[in-house]
Design a protein around this ligand. Structure first.
Ligand code: G3P
Ligand code: CA
Length: 242
């Protein structure tokens, strides 16, 4: 089973921050790191899960209504009187580039199902190609049309289609979104393993996020492998790899 850090090490550090990514980058045996991107008012790509800043920062409102400069004033509470900021994708790439050159993968999820950010696909492809990191990236989205655009812009890149059920991932994939991997919810494996055996099946989980208290429950990864899952996105990768 391949293990990815979901939004970085997001169970013990605030999700999608330089802190959560830097901790993940130190984990030996980690396959990759997953993160989410949004676009600011001034068209900068930032790493943030929600369309709004309310849940993770001390601000309110939608990311798209903030300029990068305004967004950078918001604080993400990291405990013990310390704070993080919403990172730009460039800052995260600066941090991870060397590790990526040495095999660490980066799954960039385009968060464009609710807000169809105009030009996001072109922007992220240009940035990744500009750094020659295209072989180290997997793009994903719930939005099949967006993935189709990614495929048109980069015929070789790896693309994962997100949905709750693996059957819906497969349906979208066969509909021509250009994906070559399935990214279902881990409880949505509704097809026999035999029918998905030709794909990377990277499952996302719920689980606790900082600052919720973790339960310490461990997954039976062997049982998930039996179901045809090849990779898991975990909030607590350090518990499985260290
Ligand atoms: O990419 C897998 C997973 O991150 C999708 O769900 O809501 O955590 O972005 P979410
Ligand atoms: Ca995500």
């Amino acid at each position: 089973m391949k293990i990815w850090a979901h939004r970085g090490c997001s169970q013990i550090y605030p999700e999608n921050t330089m802190l959560s990514f830097s901790k993940a980058a130190k984990i030996e045996g980690l396959t990759g790191i997953e993160l989410d991107i949004q676009l600011t008012k001034d068209n900068r790509i930032v790493v943030c899960h929600d369309e709004k800043v309310d849940r993770t920062t001390d601000g309110i409102g939608e990311v798209r209504n903030y300029t990068l400069k305004e967004l950078k004033k918001l604080r993400i509470d990291a405990g013990n009187g310390t704070y993080e900021k919403i990172p730009t994708i460039e800052e995260v790439l600066d941090l991870l580039e060397n590790r990526m050159m040495n095999g660490l993968k980066l799954n960039i999820e385009l968060k464009n199902s609710r807000i169809p950010y105009d030009g996001m696909e072109e922007k992220i492809i240009e940035l990744i190609h500009g750094r020659n990191l295209q072989k180290n990236v997997v793009y994903s989205s719930f939005n099949a049309l967006s993935l189709q655009k990614i495929r048109e812009l980069d015929v070789e890149t790896e693309i994962g289609i997100l949905d709750s059920k693996v059957s819906d991932c497969l349906f979208k994939l066969r509909g021509g979104c250009g994906a070559n991997a399935l990214h279902p919810y881990w409880k949505g494996i509704d097809l026999p393993a035999d029918q998905i055996k030709d794909y990377s099946v990277r499952a996302y989980l719920g689980g606790h996020l900082y600052p919720e208290k973790p339960t310490g429950t461990k997954l039976d990864l062997a049982a998930l492998t039996q179901k045809g899952i090849t990779d898991v996105f975990l909030n607590e990768p350090e518990q499985y790899l260290n």
